[in-house]
Design a protein around this ligand. Structure first.
Ligand code: AQP
Length: 336
């Protein structure tokens, strides 16, 4: 069986449509017939300033949303990153084999630090792709389902694994990025040349899974489009319409060409109404189920506890192999 690993940050009250189509939709599919590990990466969320009560709430809400969307804790291992100290332990090892220049080339760091300025950018944001490499390599993952924005980080992960293996022996599986081209990048509805993002300056172009159907329908109907009237996929000249076509197609399963035919001769209004219908009818039951799951916090916590125990079985083995390969003298904790 192929080992799958992916993670999501609890940095917002709700996951958004880009998280779902770029990553989580694949997570649900890949839990069938694979050994899938999915992680709520709360330590990564600390790279932005967070209120403790809010982080706790968002971590549980992320777990509830993932289950509501279709993750089945009996079919996959769903766990919380901070429950396993192995992530930080392996992260340090990789920090010691990552070049400073190499880490400085990560475009996500450059973008995010440019937005907040160097005095307000924490070192954790700089080293986060290295901790992410540890998250993946601890589980000897073959495949990492992510959106296009994560491609460079997966490349770094592969480089670090290859470098370690070449120097100290074959400890790590080299993972592949699993990126579904058609929905790899969902864009902001108000700024269709930028990705839909939790940290967008304004929420008006972001479809949150836990928003009401009315709010989401309104956002879709106000999405920025061009002045023409043809529903045609053309990312360069019609980024707004192309983004909406991608969203409709990924949720309805209809091909882009069949949607272009279906809406030929109709205006943007009809098309946006149809996109709103597809999105809201998909997310309304997810919202209701999430709210239901959040009422029983104890059950959610025990699902996460069980997941963390399963994850630890794999993570502890990899860490021991790593320490042995490096010549670190084993203490009692790692003798097994
Ligand atoms: N717009 C997107 N289109 C496709 N995939 C996306 N992902 C995120 N945005 C899009 C994918 O979702 C997964 C989880 O993302 P994350 O929460 O761990 O981090 P992120 O990529 O940083 O997400 P955001 O919304 O953009 O958060 P902020 O604003 O905090 O940076 C990943 O697989 C990602 O590719």
């Amino acid at each position: 069986m192929k080992r799958i690993l992916s993670g999501i940050q609890p940095t917002a009250d709700s996951l958004h449509l880009g998280n779902y189509l770029g990553a989580v939709k694949q997570w649900v599919e890949l839990q069938e017939g694979n050994d899938a590990f999915y992680c709520i990466v709360d330590l990564h969320a600390l790279t932005i300033e967070t209120d403790p009560a809010i982080l706790r709430r968002r971590t549980l809400a992320a777990a509830a949303q993932l289950i509501a969307i279709g993750l089945d804790p009996k079919k996959c291992t769903l766990f919380v990153q901070s429950h396993l100290s192995e992530h930080n332990q392996l992260g340090w090892i990789f920090e010691c084999i990552t070049g400073f220049g190499e880490a400085s080339r990560m475009t996500q760091f450059k973008d995010k630090s440019a937005k907040s300025g160097s005095d307000r950018t924490v070192v954790g944001l700089f080293t986060y792709p290295i901790l992410q490499a540890a998250d993946i390599l601890l589980y000897q993952a073959n495949s990492v389902p992510v959106g296009e924005d994560q491609r460079q980080h997966i490349e770094l992960t592969r480089d670090l694994a290859q470098r370690f293996n070449a120097k100290y022996g074959p400890v790590f599986t080299i993972p592949d990025a699993h990126i579904i081209k058609s929905a790899a990048k969902i864009n902001d509805l108000q700024d269709p040349n930028s990705k839909m993002s939790k940290s967008a300056a304004s929420n008006s172009g972001v479809i949150d899974i836990l928003d009401s159907s009315d709010v989401n329908a309104k956002k879709i109907k106000s999405a920025v489009t061009d002045t023409g009237k043809d529903v045609k996929f053309d990312e360069k000249n019609k980024p707004g319409i192309s983004n909406l076509l991608t969203i409709h197609s990924a949720l309805s399963g209809k091909s882009i060409t069949s949607l272009e035919n279906e809406f030929a001769g109709k205006g943007y209004g009809d098309f946006k109404g149809a996109v709103a219908e597809v999105v809201t009818s998909f997310f309304a039951p997810v919202k209701a189920r999430t709210e239901e799951l959040l009422k029983d916090e104890q059950s959610l916590l025990s699902i996460l506890e069980e997941g963390s125990a399963k994850a630890r079985e794999v993570a502890a083995k990899t860490l021991k192999k790593t320490y042995d390969a490096l010549g670190l003298v084993p203490g009692s904790q790692l003798k097994g």
